[in-house]
Structure formats: structure tokens, C-alpha cells
Design a protein around this ligand. Structure first.
Ligand SMILES: *Cc1c(COP(=O)(O)O)cnc(C)c1O
Length: 378
């Protein structure tokens, strides 16, 4: 194997994330034909393991989209929102806003319920917005990566279903790090991706669809091709993708999902993420002048956001990023648009610590020790 002509950084950003050496090495395994029987050797376990990680109800189906998380999110909009219908987007930050934008770009009638950054969506606010807009579909972000807030998707999903709409969820930055809540929430399409809490490289958008979603799609016109959930189902039934996948990622995904399900264990993986959240919170509490940004009780198991001391700027955080780079780490100085908005409004910028996927508490502690030195003292 030739030596990389690029530097090695350990990624503590919010995706893509750290990939284990074993998973990297599986990228060098043999290529194969995606319609040949070799394909199913990788992809039957992949589909089975994804369903196990999702605790997927038996009547739901799994689709692998070629692309990333937003590919699955676009498919949800294209396949489930019919002409003349409204989709309500419940947004707590940049990624909720992104999904709303995707709906508008696809010509859908999309309305936005904007929750204050750092807060979770409440059932009451969602119910009031549904009563006002009468949406056929409601889109919710499970884990808002720009603000480090995790929604109670079970409570929200139940409220949405109780008012007769389809519930679609963006679980991109949390799937693999926490329960999906699909069964308990009644969620009709749960969208995620490979490159965040599953600890893989990017390359597939993942969609879990309910029988109601499949039924609904039959009544929606102009679903597109790659964005049509129905067009994927026959291939998915054979553990295949609609068109040619990244076969190296297929090899890596087989290794990684078998590891998650059979070696680490799904419950242990979820518990490790909670432990890393608590570990990061303890680190922040011990830093004078720095504060946890996200609402207490709804802090994410995969990403922690930190408000910096008054007077410290986004530009200072970019300097911290370079100091961390010199120590071999990729640090996240915060979601740019959000920090620019905060600074314009006279609010303190935030930075983010991604602790998702295969990062271990020991790796995290090493990073936090170095970060504690690199952050300006108040
Ligand atoms: C990263 C992310 C996305 C975008 O996913 P891609 O895989 O980059 O398309 C969407 N939503 C959330 C919450 C994310 O964290």
C-alpha cells in the first residue's frame, strides 16, 4: 500500500468522522459486480444489520440511496408530498433549515416552524403549527448537528401521527449512536447516512420506510428516478441498490455493521455515546467562562456545543482550529452560518465537539486534554 501524501488528523468534527483502521483496510478488499451473487454476501448482512440497529418493525423496508443523508431527505420529500399538499418543517437549526430548502427547491409547498437555536421542539409548538398549516407531512430533525440538540422524536412522532400526517425524520447525525425510535414514534421515513455515527465513509443515504409511506408514494406524481422510494424497493428486496454503488464502501460497511451488531453490541454502542456526552459535559463545566449551549435534558449523545466566553470571537475559534491541527486533531469551530448570525446579533459564538461513531472515551479524553490547553483562558 503506498504511503498517503496527505497528513493524518483524528477527526472530532461532526461528520465525516473517525474511521477505524480495520474499516479503512476493508476498503482494499476485492471489488465485485453489484448484480452478481457476490453482492448479496456483503449486502444481505448490511440490510439485516441496519434493521437491527434501527430496531426496525418487520413491515418496514430499508433503502440504500447512492449519495448521502440529504439524498434520502430529498427522496422523502419527492416521494411523500403530493401536489397541493403542505409539508411542515420543524427546524432547530441549520439542518432543519436545509430540509425546508430542499422541499422548496423541489417545488413543494413547504412551511417552517423555527425553534430557537439550542432548544428542542415541543409537542405543543408542533401541534399548533399543524393546526395552522394542516400539513400532510411533517419533517423533524432527530439530532440538530449545528446546535447539539436531540429532539424527543417518539413524542413528536406520536403527536404528528395523532393529527393524521406522515412523520419523516432526519436522523443523519445520530443513527448508530442512539435508538432510532422508529417503532415507538410511528415514523414513516427515517433518513440517515453512513459517515456520522455509523463510523464509515460517506456514500449511501439510508432510508427506512413504513407501509404507510409506500402506500402514500403511489399517490404522488413526479417522484423522479433516484428520489422515488418505490423505484428502489424491488432492488432493495434483493439487497441491491438502484444503480452502481461504491463497492469499496460495501466491503467496509459489511465489516463495520457486523462489528457493531456482533462485537461491540448495539446497546453497548448507545451507552458509549451517552458516556462520551457526559464526559464532554464534565469537561465544559470545568472550563471557566465556557457554557454548555444546548438545552439541559436534550443534549446530544453525538455532538456537544459550547458557548465561548464573552469577547471571544468566531475568528478566535478558527485560530483554535489551527492550534489543534498542529496537534494532529481536526477541531470544529462551529457551524459557520450560525456563528455569523450569533455574532451579528451580539451573541456568543459556539464550537462543537463531535463524539460520534467509533471514537472511544479514551480518545475523547486525549482530545479534551489538548483542547483544554488550546482554548483561551478567561
Ligand atoms: C450531516 C447532516 C445532514 C446532511 O447529510 P449529508 O450526508 O451530508 O447529505 C443532514 N442532516 C443532519 C442532521 C446532518 O448532521
Amino acid at each position: 500500500m503506498p504511503d498517503a501524501p496527505f497528513p493524518e488528523y483524528t477527526l472530532f468534527i461532526t461528520g465525516p468522522t473517525y474511521v477505524r483502521p480495520e474499516v479503512r483496510a476493508a476498503g482494499a478488499w476485492p471489488e465485485y459486480g453489484h448484480r452478481d451473487r457476490e453482492n448479496a454476501k456483503r449486502f444481505e448482512p448490511i440490510f439485516t444489520d441496519l434493521a437491527a440497529i434501527a430496531a426496525l418493525p418487520a413491515d418496514h423496508r430499508t433503502i440504500l440511496f447512492l449519495g448521502s443523508g440529504s439524498t434520502a431527505m430529498e427522496a422523502a420529500v419527492r416521494s411523500l408530498v403530493a401536489d397541493g399538499e403542505t409539508i411542515l418543517h420543524v427546524s432547530m437549526g441549520a439542518f432543519g433549515d436545509l430540509w425546508h430548502k430542499i422541499s422548496l427547491e423541489n417545488g413543494k409547498k413547504a412551511v417552517l416552524l423555527a425553534v430557537e437555536p439550542g432548544r428542542a421542539a415541543t409537542v405543543e409548538a408542533v401541534e399548533a403549527a399543524m393546526d395552522a398549516h394542516k400539513p400532510a407531512v411533517v419533517a423533524v430533525t432527530h439530532n440538530e448537528t449545528s446546535t447539539g440538540v436531540t429532539n424527543d422524536v417518539v413524542a413528536l412522532g406520536r403527536a404528528i401521527k395523532a393529527r393524521g400526517a406522515l412523520a419523516v425524520v432526519d436522523g443523519v447525525s445520530i443513527f448508530g449512536g442512539a435508538p432510532s425510535g422508529i417503532a415507538a414514534s410511528g415514523c414513516d421515513m427515517y433518513c440517515t447516512a453512513t459517515q456520522k455515527s455509523l463510523g464509515l465513509n460517506a456514500g449511501f443515504g439510508i432510508g427506512f420506510v413504513s407501509p404507510a409511506a409506500i402506500d402514500k408514494a403511489h399517490h404522488v406524481t413526479a417522484r423522479g428516478h433516484a428520489s422515488d422510494i418505490l423505484a428502489h424497493l424491488d432492488r432493495a428486496a434483493k439487497f441491491q441498490t438502484q444503480s452502481t454503488p461504491n463497492v469499496s464502501l460495501g466491503n467496509q460497511m459489511w465489516l463495520q455493521l457486523e462489528y457493531i451488531v456482533k462485537e461491540e453490541g448495539i446497546e453497548a454502542r448507545f451507552a458509549r455515546h451517552i458516556a462520551m456526552r457526559d464526559q464532554t459535559e464534565a469537561f465544559v463545566r470545568a472550563l471557566p467562562g465556557y457554557d454548555l449551549f444546548a438545552e439541559e435534558g436534550r443534549r446530544s449523545p453525538t455532538v456537544t456545543t459550547v458557548a465561548v466566553p464573552g469577547g471571544m470571537t468566531f475568528s478566535d475559534l478558527k485560530a483554535v482550529k489551527e492550534a489543534m491541527r498542529a496537534k494532529g486533531y481536526l477541531f470544529d469551530p462551529g457551524y459557520a452560518k450560525l456563528n455569523e448570525d450569533f455574532e451579528a446579533a451580539g451573541k456568543r459564538p459556539i464550537f462543537r465537539i463531535g463524539h460520534m461513531g467509533d471514537i472511544t472515551p479514551a480518545m475523547l479524553q486525549g482530545f479534551l486534554d489538548v483542547l483544554g490547553e488550546a482554548l483561551p483562558k478567561r
